[in-house]
Design a protein around this ligand. Structure first.
Ligand code: FES
Ligand SMILES: [Fe+2]
Length: 335
């Protein structure tokens, strides 16, 4: 059901402190907290003693203490203290997950810890680059993670769902170029000689026609970097108003997903009013996606298994990503 040997975003840096927080990822309850040196720790959120959620306990220096009978677990998940007796049974352990914290995101490796490779954490440097300004949102969507992936790989929905913000009739009139390299699926759309999207036009202070572009890069199975923007007609993209939208999609269970969203821009970066407008405008965009995907989830729940999607040319990125996701799942089944 889930690709487990992968990094998934569990939280923003700002959410994790010496007060434990709980998250469910791939149906596994997890407690997150920070040690005294600031390092984030992720433990399975179920006490080895009698199953109480550890996130309902407290952090005592570097260990997490269960709120029910006081068992204490260190950052490796080993029980280091049982108040009622000296002897600690060997089985008094909880699972610990490898953690990487970078650019404001906290990533967990949900599979075999021996395979956790920090080099596989996707690039999110725009979040900490002073030449870019970022706004973030997080949502829980009542839909399977695959629907969020598909939504990001086929942006023609913008023409219908996001008409007042980033959508326009012309989007679906331009085709896509799809490339696959390992686990990376890139879907590129160039829209030459069009107006800037309404949500950004004011911040960009633009008038007239530009080349608009979208390039979604899906780092299967959990992260998309959408490079979009506008540039002068016929001019290189690097010269333009650039946006990198980072989308971390983390399954909760078969019909719920965490959605961590960061929108970085290289224009109007000191403009506080622009930042405020974007916070509100992008919340609208994400809410429109949430409503649509939750309706789609309801539609799919009642669809007979004999019926499948009718994919069209614009869905080429979706078709290719499904193939890669299936390969990743199969590879884990073989082990
Ligand atoms: S359930 Fe955690 S100490 Fe008893
Ligand atoms: Fe959308």
């Amino acid at each position: 059901m889930y690709v487990r040997n992968a990094w998934y975003v569990a939280a923003w840096t700002s959410e994790v402190s010496d007060e434990p927080v709980s998250r469910v990822i791939c149906e596994i309850p997890i407690a997150l907290y920070r040690k005294m040196d600031g390092a984030a720790v992720a433990l399975e959120d179920r006490c080895a003693h009698r199953g109480f959620p550890l996130s309902a306990g407290r952090v005592v220096q570097d260990v997490l203490e269960c709120g029910y009978h006081g068992f204490q677990f260190d950052c490796s998940g080993t029980c280091v203290r049982i108040p009622a007796q000296e002897i600690i049974p060997k089985r008094a352990k909880v699972r610990a997950f490898p953690v990487v914290e970078k650019d404001g995101w906290i990533w967990l490796w949900m599979g075999d810890a021996a395979k956790a490779d920090e080099a596989l954490v996707p690039d999110t440097h725009w979040m900490s680059d002073p030449a870019w300004a970022t706004v973030t949102h997080s949502f829980a969507f009542a839909c399977r993670a695959d629907l969020i992936h598909d939504n990001l790989l086929d942006l023609t929905h913008e023409s219908f769902i996001h008409t007042s913000t980033v959508g326009d009739e012309y989007i679906y009139k331009h085709g896509v170029t799809v490339e696959v390299e390992g686990n990376l699926i890139s879907v590129d759309r160039l829209m030459p000689g069009v107006e800037a999207p309404p949500l950004y036009a004011q911040t960009m202070k633009t008038e007239g026609l530009y080349d608009r572009f979208h390039c979604t890069k899906f780092y299967a199975p959990s992260f998309h970097a959408l490079h979009s923007g506008i540039t002068g007609m016929g001019r290189p993209r690097e010269e333009g108003f650039l946006i990198t939208v980072m989308n971390a999609v983390t399954p909760i269970d078969p019909s719920h997903s965490h959605y961590f969203y960061a929108f970085s821009r290289n224009f109007g970066i000191d403009q506080e009013s622009a930042t405020q407008e974007l916070i509100e405008g992008l919340a609208t965009v994400l809410f429109e996606d949430k409503v649509a995907l939750e309706l789609q989830e309801i539609g799919l729940q009642s669809r007979p298994e004999t019926e499948t999607d009718v994919l069209i040319a614009q869905d080429e990125g979706i078709a290719k990503s499904r193939r890669i996701m299936a390969q990743l799942l199969d590879a884990e089944k073989l082990v």
